[in-house]
Design a protein. Sequence first.
Length: 264
Amino acid sequence: MSNVELVNSQGYSVRLASTQAEVAETQRLRYDVFARELGAQVCEEEAGIESDRYDPYCHHLFVEELSTGRIVASTRLLKRSSALSLGGFYTESEFSAPFVRALDGEVVELGRTCVHIDYRSGCSIMLLWSGIAQLMTRWEINYLLGCTSVPCRDQGQLIRTLMAGPLSRHLSPENLRAEPRVPVSQDPLPAVDGAIMPPLLKAYLRLGAWVCGEPSYDEEFGVADVMILLDMRRLNQRYFKHFLGRDSISRKRADASPEGARIA
């Protein structure tokens, strides 16, 4: 584990967990958000902890409020080398996506992102993304992938509205499409007036991510998961710099063609 501090701003520290105790604190936050607040039926091996078999292989990134020591936001990152030892990324447990194995370069999965309910109107999520942006450059990530969740206790009304509307404009090329292992119902439903896109999904799209096809239903969490793929050559540099907090980004692949994804 690494104790590298990536950001220190506005009374908060953004860093990678360096002890098992810090990892456990991120898992407690996940339990509070996913189980207590949102009603997910999580596997609870230890009281008040949300964990799974992927956690020991991940880097856990969190935002700590320095005045209280409270972890107020967290996410986890799984590198390709670790995913291979697990038999694949978590995303591949929800989607059949053979193209992922053929992506060239460093592929990292982002997952289990959450923010404490008392800190969602502040800077916590922005600081978390600043930490992610720092790792994207330090680790020279080529592709960022993951599942982003949309509440789905409405028979799929919201996700169908989003898929027919804004998400349809961000679909990946056909060779980068995934098949959901548990498809969301395709039954016709009335559109949701004023449908609001979850903030994490909106941030991915602003950065230039693709939506890799139809969503998959996660019964345990009661959500429709959308698979996203961010190719760094398609990165919205202006929006990325907003998170990174500096004027220029030095990338070895800056002059690479932005068309399509690199397939080995």
